[in-house]
Design a protein around this ligand. Structure first.
Ligand code: GLN
Length: 247
């Protein structure tokens, strides 16, 4: 069994080591005797998206998001992403990448970006940056795990009807600092504000994404075997303790 992973815009969207999420997914597959093939699609390159099982998009600043607008349309990536999302392919999109999957983003200084519209969310920039380590809990439909991460955004994201929050904020800002929601889940698209990278210290979340991609690729394939996650769980617990001030 092999998962085909597409890393969209590794050249532009890669804040805070977001690409570490790819390494984490590949390693957790390999440790179970499964394999992964990673295809990077930078600006100017495209591919047949039907070959991919899982897409990853990292975060980026307003400037980088603006730079991508032209390529999204010109290369056909916007339409391909919309089709793949509607087809139930798995996406993990972080912060600026998450905003980009939505309909639009008006930056804090008034620039208007029409984005992909793969999921019905929109983002409005605010004067206050929402920054810091944070903790949220995923909804049961998205695995129910407690997630520790790091957020840094001025965009406030609001979910349209039919899009569920990825989870609820325990400590921090999440989507907008107002309604207690964090991230988005639509079909098998997972958007989150969590950089970090998020997956190495949240192994249950990583496995949920991999399992969802495997289930879609080969229904009835089976359940991912547990791994020895002492280090990962210790990293998680230490960040949670730091943020929540509890043991
Ligand atoms: N530019 C976006 C914002 O500030 C996203 C930033 C990011 O990806 N960290 O809201």
């Amino acid at each position: 069994m092999e998962l085909r992973i597409c890393h969209l815009y590794p050249d532009v969207l890669n804040l805070y080591g977001d690409r570490g999420n790819i390494r984490c997914m590949v390693k957790r597959l390999e440790w179970r005797g499964l394999s992964a093939q990673v295809t990077e699609l930078p600006i100017g390159e495209t591919a047949d998206f039907s070959q991919f099982d899982l897409f990853f998009i990292g975060g980026g600043q307003d400037f980088e998001q603006g730079v991508l607008l032209d390529d999204l349309r010109r290369s056909g990536k916007a339409a391909s992403i919309r089709a793949a999302a509607a087809d139930g392919k798995v996406f993990l999109a972080i912060c600026g990448g998450y905003q980009m999957l939505g309909r639009s983003y008006t930056t804090w200084d008034g620039q208007g970006f029409d984005f992909i519209g793969a999921i019905d969310v929109h983002t409005q920039g605010g004067q206050q940056r929402m920054i810091g380590n944070y903790v949220f809990r995923c909804a049961d439909e998205s695995g129910g795990h407690e997630i520790v991460g790091f957020e840094n955004h001025s965009g406030k994201t609001h979910l349209g009807s039919g899009v569920h929050p990825l989870g609820q904020v325990i400590r921090g800002y999440g989507n907008n600092g107002e309604d207690g929601t964090e991230g988005a889940r639509w079909n098998n698209v997972f958007g989150t504000y969590s950089h970090g990278p998020v997956l190495p210290k949240n192994p249950g979340f990583c496995d949920m994404l991999l399992q969802t991609a495997l289930d879609r690729k080969a229904p009835g394939w089976g359940i991912l075997a547990p791994l020895e996650d002492t280090l990962e769980n210790t990293a998680h617990a230490n960040v949670a303790k730091f943020v929540l001030g509890t043991t």
